[in-house]
Ligand binder design. Sequence first.
Ligand code: ADP
Ligand code: MG
Length: 696
Amino acid sequence: MTVETSIEYIKGIGPERAKLIRNVLGISTVEDLLTFYPLRYIDKSKVYAIKDLTAEPENEIQLKGKVTELQEIAYGNAQKRLTAKFRDQSGSMELVWFRYSKWMKEQIPLNREIFIFGKANLFNGSFSMAHPEIETDEKKAISGSLLPIYPGSEKLAKRGITNKLFQSVIAEILRSLPAIIDENLPATLLKKLKLIGRLQAYYHIHFPADVQHAEHANRRLKFEEAFFFQLGYGLKKQHQKTSVPGNPFPIIGENFKHFYNDILPFDLTNAQKRVLKEIRTDMKKPVQMNRLLQGDVGSGKTMVALLTMLIAMDNGYQSCMMAPTEILAQQHYNSVQELVAGTGVNVKLLTGSTKASDRKIIHEELLSGELHMLVGTHAVLENVVQFRKLGLAVIDEQHRFGVAQRAKLWAKNKIPPHILVMTATPIPRTLAMSFYSDLEVSVIDEMPVGRKPIITAHRREKDRLSVFRFAKEEIEKGRQVYFVYPLIEESETLDYKNLMENFGHISDFFEGKNVTMLHGRMKPAEKDAAMQYFASGKAEIMVATTVIEVGVNVPNASVMIIESAERFGLSQLHQLRGRVGRGAEQSYCILMTSDKLSSESRTRIKTMVQTNDGFKISEVDMQLRGPGDILGTQQSGVIDFKKLDLVADGKVIKVSKLAVDELLARDPHLQQPENAGLRKYYVQFYKGKNKWARIS
Ligand code: ADP
Ligand code: MG
């Protein structure tokens, strides 16, 4: 037997059952069975005494005693139940069966020592047990360990594949285990972290002597999983750092200096300065940079990106900046263009709707090197877009690429460009530490000075008039207001109708004010015009769907009213709220909801009202939605951990990452004898499974 042996060859399974087990539970090899971890355990290792039961026990317990009376009691419409008096040396209790057969009744021995097993219920001061298991043979009743209950095994019980069968085949595998698995973690690591050995872990996870043993096994197996996951990323990162060349940018030149000293309209925050230094240090080296820039909405990531692009330019390289939507690309382009106007920096915008004639110019200028910075959407990736010297790619607002897209970007220069990925909203620490583990991480954890925290309030339909009046007052003070409506997913036509109706109501109420509108059906040029109308201050009110969600920057807008806020996710709400609070004025976010809220929406709304901290919000979001949703479609389905829980096991992930960092620092190629087991396991079993290997 090896870990790869098919389960049909295990005693007690055979081809028929193997097929069923494979189809229903996805288990096909010995290894799959070994890692088919119990859902919970039952304890038949101890025998309790009735008098020792004080509170209702949480789990099933075993008692030893005699049934002294057996009685059928009629109740309801021809219903009967069977009750028994059960005595041990310390006291007595009642047993009850609501469903039973005549045969079963006859099997219950009277006045003979038996073992019963079940959940004891406390009612009016006395204990009883419903449907206990009965065992007459002491050897069978008392087990030397806790007994595993396997998940989903009930689905197969009717077809003869019972939990008992799993217990016995797994026990069978465990007997052969020393011959088929090796330790895969170095002894020093086990010792340092007080982890039990691999073999022991498998024994103790399936048949633990007690709860502590099960916990130790759990800890070890979780760690192992986290560790090899981190090792995959760690090796990838190491490869990038040592083997992927990059263009060194040693110079801080005239363009950067001029911009920084004469144009930059504010002082950078300390966090921005620190992050810029980290980026600088990376890009000085002849090694490709792969860096993740984390920062809350409005923390000034875009400025950091622009400064980074100026460094590339001073070193004779072009850069590109990619955004996920046209609006956002346009917005970046506008702000970059405005900031660098008159400095000799040539920046252009390329999106799906760029005119052919403009495209032609862009292509030419990219090839000649005249164009220094290209801002755009995915259109930038197209093969026809060729650079003379691409040195830096900034990928704004977290949207991870597939391998193909990554290859396209890298191929745009002989030596791949430095990569700076920016997230739209903070991602939870455990996710940053796991799924972005191959990137260096920079965090902007400070907001520009003078920002007043946004005041967030929850309002309902009955408050509508006062909300509208409040918005009016703000407009009178010279501010601007957003109204955002959720998409009705079922129908784009309905969405549109809904938006139009509301647009009408708002135009009526705010008579004399200019109201503009933004929605997904509009052509890019129309969107752009609407955006400009609002950004220039000509319109006081913007009525929009979530197309304005990401990145839009109109500092004079100070009120964000989100309609049907219960229908938005947390990170979306946070993004939307981030559209205000961008200027010096006090800003407000008003979450309008219906009266009835699910408990999850209530949590979301409450979180929004309580905190402006995107990092905190991301944690709550992950608890509500789970990591798969947060990572997005690209990543969903890759989280197939058996033991590790990305939401709950932050500490294990942190410890495993540290352990991998230390390991690779000491033994980058896993060549020390101590790491032989680890290396063998990684190469043999792990590498092929590392399907989450991804790109920045
Ligand atoms: P995000 O991190 O969400 O991308 P932006 O880069 O769009 O944030 O910045 C939000 C706003 O803050 C912009 O108007 C930007 O010009 C401004 N800003 C950025 N850095 C600072 C700073 N250090 N001091 C003052 N304002 C800043
Ligand atoms: Mg931004």
